[in-house]
Design a protein around this ligand. Structure first.
Ligand SMILES: Cc1ncc(COP(=O)(O)O)c(C=O)c1O
Length: 411
């Protein structure tokens, strides 16, 4: 299917059909397609400075973006890259090298702490480059590369849903397991705060994340928050870490960063991490860079997107209140299981065979909804909505209507 144009929440296809983009084109389109303020900012920037090598040189949009993101995240430093996977790679490399630098770097020196363990969670997805795949859970996506992926210890992710009676027991077990894993000297723990995306919009409670963060900190390990999906209002707060009340050492951002207009990633880092790379030893340098580092067009888009978020915070803060009654109503359908929602994200499972990405029910639901003018992309038997912030009440109701019709016909 060829898309000819996209405006707001609607994709207009070359064959004349139009579809509501209920998943924000893989979670990137934050405000809406063609958002005029962002389009104008990019056009304006293109006439001033479209790209320049970001070594030796800097530029105003990058500096302003750095300042604003550090104020918003509480992490003083940032490193630019190209997408979510590279933002995660940078975070992992920084965490690893930070400990090595503490250790006296390649030249030896200080008696160091040998911290060789990385911990990630079951069900995690952090991207498709090698480091990101290694910390992601092993799955169909990573099977072909298994021998090339480095070892990671894996904690349990006690995801929950409305009416889940077992959540406390699951959390207690997960925390006990994590404590045990942290007994081995650990460089860093990486997690998707509050919502794991690709494994099926699996949500944990803020209190669980606070307990994880406390244990990571007590063990002296670094905490990496992958906010590639959850960042920029998706969970109802600007960042999931803020909603959960945790402060990571490193944070990966992308997707909604530019409002979904241009590919860009950033890795936020605390001053403490940054200082670990300030040294006279060349081997302490963070040798990582991309051709399009801090692309001025991406920075201009990100600044315009931040303006919009700051001008209308109620659009993300109040989104959950729009999902809730519609999801509650949908949940009465006997084929709907484990309903859950947070911020702009609503999800549930359909009981149709195996809980797997390859479960064909997802494709069947997708086809049925497209016939109703709604674009969804279920993850196997997990159906979810993650629409742009500008979706109207009427459009949102149409999405739920299409899902109801699909479930009634197929489950
Ligand atoms: C939590 C998370 N991290 C990283 C990534 C990878 O981002 P990208 O596809 O931009 O490389 C994704 C993509 O879905 C994601 O959801």
């Amino acid at each position: 299917m060829q898309v000819r144009r996209a405006q707001g929440c609607e994709l207009q296809l070359a064959d004349g059909r139009s579809l509501i983009d209920a998943i924000s084109s893989w979670w990137v389109t934050l405000h809406g397609h063609g958002e005029p303020a962002i389009a104008a900012a990019i056009a304006c920037q293109a006439q001033e400075l479209e790209q320049v090598i970001f070594a030796n040189f800097s530029h105003a949009p990058a500096e302003e973006l750095a300042t604003r993101l550090s104020q918003l995240t509480g992490l003083e430093r940032l490193f630019f890259s190209d997408n979510g996977s590279t933002a995660v790679e940078v975070a992992l490399k920084m965490a690893w090298q930070w400990w090595r630098n503490q250790d006296g770097g390649a030249d030896g020196g200080n008696p160091g702490v040998e911290r060789r363990q990385l911990i990630a969670f079951s069900g995690a997805y952090h991207g498709d480059t090698f480091g990101a795949m290694a910390v992601g859970d092993r799955s169909l996506f990573t099977a072909a590369y298994e021998p090339l992926l480095f070892n990671v210890s894996r904690g349990a992710w006690p995801h929950t849903w409305w009416g889940d009676g077992d959540v406390e027991a699951k959390e207690a077990q997960a925390l006990a397991d994590l404590e045990q894993a942290l007994a081995t000297p650990t460089a860093a723990v990486i997690l998707e705060p509050l919502i794991q995306g690709a494994s099926g919009l699996r949500m944990v409670r803020p209190a669980f994340l606070r307990a994880v963060a406390a244990r990571v900190s007590a063990a002296g390990a670094l905490l990496i928050a992958d906010e590639v999906m959850t960042g920029f209002g998706r969970t109802g707060a600007l960042f999931a870490c803020q909603k959960a009340g945790i402060q990571p050492d490193l944070m990966a951002l992308s997707k909604g960063l530019t409002g979904g207009f241009l590919p860009m990633g950033v890795t936020m880092a605390s001053e403490r991490i940054y200082q670990g790379f300030i040294s006279d030893r060349p081997t302490d340098t963070f040798f990582h860079g991309h051709s399009f580092t801090a692309n001025p067009l991406g920075c201009a888009a990100a600044l315009a997107s931040l303006d919009l978020l700051e001008q209308t915070p109620e659009r993300f803060q109040q989104f959950e209140g729009r999902h809730r009654p519609l999801l509650e109503h949908l949940s009465q359908h006997p084929g709907v299981h484990h309903p859950r929602c947070m911020g702009t994200v609503a999800a549930f499972e359909v009981d149709a065979g195996e809980a797997s990405y390859l479960n064909p029910i997802g494709l069947q639901i997708q086809r049925h909804c497209m016939e109703q003018g709604v674009y969804l992309r279920p993850l196997g038997n997990v159906v979810y909505l993650l629409p742009p912030l500008s979706i109207s009440d009427q459009q949102l109701e149409r999405c739920y209507g299409a899902i109801t019709s699909a479930i009634t016909a197929l489950v």
